[in-house]
Design a protein around this ligand. Sequence first.
Ligand code: GLN
Length: 545
Amino acid sequence: MQSKTKQRNAECKFIFVTGGVMSGLGKGVTTSSTAKLLQLAGYKVSCAKIDPYVNYDAGTMNPVAHGEVFVTDDGGECDMDIGNYERFIDMPMTKDHNITTGRVYMDVIKAEREGKYLGQCVQIIPHVTDAIKNALRKISTDEQLDIMVVECGGTVGDIESLPFLEAFRQMELEHGLSNTLFIHVTLAPVLDVVGEQKTKPTQHSVQELRRIGIQPDLLAVRCKAPLSTEARRKISLFASVEEKCVISCHDAPSIYKVPEVLESQGTLKAIAERLSLGRSTSKWGNWKAIADSFSNYKGSVKIAVVGKYVTLPDSYVSVYHALSHAGAGIGRKVEIQWIDSEQFENGGEKNISTLGGFDGILVPGGFGKRGSEGIILAANYARKNDIPYLGICFGFQLAIVAFARNVCNLSGANSTELEPHTKNPIIDFMPEQRTIHDMGGTMRLGSHEISVSSGTRAAKVYGSTLIKRRHRHRYEFNQHYLDLISKAGLVLSAHSDSRKRMEILEIPGHRFYFAVQYHAEFSSRPGRPEESFDAFVRAAARVKI
Ligand code: GLN
């Protein structure tokens, strides 16, 4: 028994984050902030996200319904929370860090077909739960983690999440109480003018969790104003969680302040006690200054984001963060207006000249024809009116279409994604993509090396001639047109895959006209904005590089 305990203490500890009451409470931020606190205390920490839906990954899901698809270095098409983890703990995640029901079942069924369960009836318990536990343990051993914070998507009580919660419950049993900890995120709403924080939703959701065998150790209670003493006392009593472990997660000026909100209530100490951790103080380094830079603004800069999925800002959440990182870096609040590109089309609601009122125009990624003509108009407007422009992926491709049509007079130039039989296919399928018919995980994905041509604006922006960035696309610039557009003044200033594909475009003489085939937004971090975002926001704010 003695040796067993000892051996287990050397293992990774697991913190499970579940959610109650309703979605959208910021479980991802609680998970990231908890991981950050532990990282600042000197532990090797990482996070994982469980998405109980049946899709294999987030790649085929509609961004307007589900939010952005975040791409990892190894080409995983992941839930957007993985982006939060990377931004907080600044550690690259792999696709293994996003576990879905689809992935777990795929593994189990594959093993069954290979005869690995020969003779057995394959069941949710133990086979599916074993696959879940193994997936989590594999990350912790492969990466030699001290602590792993595992967030379960959805809300307790969902049918889909049951096997995952059951796996967590089993892990508590197998790894022991000092190696596992449960944080439950709930809500204390205020309904009337009296301002009383209601605790009943928390009570009910904890009961639901207990019903499946999990007693939370910590409650992270979302509320607008700090949780009252009375509400804390009540929650503690009904949920059977010590008062010091009922944490008020009230509104903060920026998400990066949440680790401090947690720490000010002794969260790290409570976790350290429960998990028998030796270190329970955070060494903040420059984190507090970085977090403060998101509320200490000296001015603002107005950016129009012209895209297809603007009805849900979460569709472009990494773009939003990358812009705010760049703004915070120069003390400017980035005021974003999300504009549906379709509104510029065919005498729509908005005239393209409304873009003249912005300091910069950004076109993010996108797929399909709807709204593409509006984007082409916006890219052209920015070029003609010397307004700083940053194009990302679709915004890179359509900036080339706009240039070809308006400067090179290539009539009907287009991307074959939008017009398969265009007579000037200036953006075309990557040759490797022609034989691919499946939709999931088949784009050109993940991190690729990019050579930046020296002497260009791109080389100045990056301060390097070799970078690595993440991709997610099927189409690319068709180099049959390279001579033509180069002669007309568009510089393609970076390439990859031995010059097979072009990665950056720029227009010399323009205040800032810059577009990238890759997704620069995924590489941006608080305190270290991605370089093209930094240069774009500086140009928009007229701050020197
Ligand atoms: N639809 C384009 C392509 O597949 C651009 C993709 C994107 O913006 N992520 O190449």
